[in-house]
Design a protein around this ligand. Structure first.
Ligand code: URA
Length: 203
């Protein structure tokens, strides 16, 4: 794609990729002094789940999806019969973009340009993990995977098939955490439905 950088020789293994991420300074987020959070899991499981970027908890612990949104995701995955530990969990952007405030580090969305820069890593990760199925959580994840911003409301479900890999789209679990009452219940039900459709393909 136009404007996408080449970061040099591709990492040969997933641990090499994790090491490369740790020292990546190709965008402003990578230069903010936080630690990179690499993907983790079981490449042989055949599926990959992609979020936006690590959050506060993920950056502190150095692992993806271990904060509040991760808890929602993992709980619903288990409920539809997917063991999250049996697949590969990762993010479109590998460092935590945030606004420091006296009380806490406030999440900031990555720009399209930052997502596109980090795509070099996500592409290498896809090559190494070689999943048969990918689930994109939200518009940023979709952009990292297909190179354009997708609309969750209009395009949820099977989003694209690329070289034999199906890419599915649903909302990001942190979106659910920002809703309450009936809206939360309705959106959470749609999320679970999407996960169940994805789970049918995993089996
Ligand atoms: N949100 C994400 O997108 N990824 C994480 O790892 C955690 C929260």
């Amino acid at each position: 794609d136009l404007g996408r950088q080449d970061f040099g020789p591709p990492p040969a293994t997933l641990p090499d990729l994790a090491q490369g991420l740790a020292s990546c300074r190709h965008c402003a987020i990578g230069c903010n002094g936080t630690r990179a959070v690499a993907g983790e899991g079981q490449p042989a499981g055949g599926f990959m789940i992609v979020g936006e970027q690590p959050g506060d908890t993920e950056e502190s612990l150095g692992r993806p999806f271990v904060g509040p949104a991760g808890e929602v995701l993992r709980g619903h995955l288990q409920a539809v019969g997917i063991d999250p530990g049996q697949g590969w969990l990762t993010n479109a952007v590998k460092h935590f973009k945030h606004q420091p405030t006296p009380k806490r580090r406030l999440h900031q969305s990555p720009t399209a340009g930052e997502i596109d820069t980090c795509r070099w890593w996500l592409d290498r990760e896809r090559e190494l993990v070689a999943p048969r199925l990918i689930l994109a959580l939200g518009a940023s994840a979709a952009r990292g995977l297909i190179g354009r911003t997708a609309s969750v409301q209009r395009e949820r479900g099977l989003l694209a098939t690329h070289e034999g890999t199906e890419i599915w789209l649903t909302c990001h679990p942190s979106y659910l955490l920002r809703l309450d009452g009936a809206a939360r219940a309705a959106e959470e039900a749609r999320f679970v439905q999407d996960l169940a459709s994805f789970a049918d393909r995993v089996r």
